[in-house]
Design a protein around this ligand. Structure first.
Ligand code: THG
Length: 367
């Protein structure tokens, strides 16, 4: 593939100097910001992530900050998930839906202060949507993109590295729990979360100037742990079934189709955006469903377009993410499969740009 032309539109991050010094080999663009994806090689990065600890520049998970007395009331309109379980020490994964129940984003919601919430977005423009809804309804809130950049610490040794920098109390965080931890005179909001299944944390770095000092400290403290720079790894995230907005789902899909039905609360369907459509889909049954799919044969090419799925010659869906998994020695994939064909064991044919392959639906992802 050709190179990415650098420009001001493709935003650098507070950690870009560190990422470059660590020898980044490939980027993707996410929320108009650089997201490093490859350092040594995709396969080396994958094995290292599963064995050691990596520091990830995930600044591109931009925050939509909603601040003010009406903040929570506004956010509750955006999602069918019941937010009553949100607390200052707990974050939530929330589907965000439009009027028709289509997915606009699948962010993590976290409380940053008494009347301050951060919607940590996937790759779609949510700021304008939230700001417009606030304005049209005379909500007493301010909607902004603050100078906040998440830094991921992912891998089995993440607890040991984080404890060295932030103290042993960080080990007590539960999955999707969060709290403030001091470093260099500032209390950073930290959650046990992140876009891998290897365990780890996300540090919400407030103030770009605090980025590189923290980055450098993590790498210095992590030397004995073989810390390296890393990033979301395609193979690992497909194995773990972590969905990617824009790849595995778009506004053409409902949260139910995305397997996020457990975050669709009946109590919200009378009021949230898309509630009526979601209620109708629950009653009628979903037309398609996101599924784990295994693809036979050797390593598949990169999935940069949807690959049609067929059963007995008929179109029955599409594969949206696929990669060779070194650990499972098969091609792991995520796809949308039509009703009647999404059951575990369902045999399908997938049309890759390099020809047709046999594929089948699995009962779950690879973990
Ligand atoms: N962390 C933060 N912001 C983010 C992401 C993140 N914004 C962009 C993107 N990732 C949003 N998408 C996801 C997708 C999956 C998860 C988090 C964000 C995730 N899922 C858990 C899983 O599938 O195992 C389940 C979470 C739950 O059920 O509560 O973690 O990674 N800050």
């Amino acid at each position: 593939m050709a190179q990415l032309s650098p420009s001001r539109r493709v935003r650098r991050t507070p950690f870009s100097d560190g990422v470059e010094a660590a020898g980044v080999k490939a980027y993707t663009v996410y929320n108009r910001m650089l997201l490093p994806t490859v350092f040594a090689s995709p396969v080396e990065d994958y094995h290292h992530l599963k064995q050691a600890v990596q520091v990830w520049d995930v600044s591109c998970e931009r925050q939509v900050q909603v601040k003010g007395p009406d903040a929570l009331r506004l956010i509750q309109l955006l999602t069918p998930r019941d937010l009553s379980k949100l607390a200052p020490n707990r974050c939530l994964y929330i589907p965000v839906t439009d009027q028709g129940g289509g997915m606009l984003n699948d962010p993590v919601l976290i409380q940053a202060g008494p009347d301050t919430f951060w919607i940590s977005i996937a790759d779609s423009d949510l700021l304008m949507w939230v700001n417009a809804i606030a304005g049209c309804n005379d909500f007493n809130v301010q909607v902004t993109e603050p100078d906040v950049s998440p830094l991921g610490v992912q891998g089995p040794r993440a607890d040991d590295l984080m404890a060295q920098v932030f103290g042993d109390r960080v080990r007590d965080l539960k999955f999707f729990g969060c709290d403030r931890f001091a470093f260099d005179g500032f209390d950073f909001l930290i959650a046990r979360s992140g876009y891998s299944k290897q365990g780890g944390f996300e540090i919400y770095v407030e103030g770009s100037e605090r980025g590189m000092p923290l980055w450098n400290t993590l790498f210095e403290a992590g030397k004995p742990l073989d810390v390296r720079a890393g990033g979301p790894n395609l193979m690992e995230r497909i194995e773990g079934g972590l969905l990617s907005y824009g790849n595995d789902m778009t506004s053409a899909n409902s949260p139910l189709e995305c397997g996020l039905g457990k975050y669709v609360s009946a109590s919200q369907l009378g009021s949230c955006f898309g509630g009526r459509a979601l209620r109708e889909e629950i009653e009628a049954g979903s037309k398609r469903m996101i599924r784990a799919i295994e693809i036979d044969g050797g390593e598949v090419p990169g999935c940069d377009r949807a690959w049609p799925l067929r059963a007995g010659g008929a179109a029955v869906g599409q594969v949206t993410s696929a990669a060779w998994s070194p650990d499972f020695a098969t091609n792991v994939a995520i796809g949308m499969v039509d009703a009647g064909h999404w059951g575990a064991g369902s045999e399908l044919e997938v049309e890759t740009p390099q020809g047709a392959r046999q594929a089948r639906v699995r009962d779950g992802f690879w973990n």
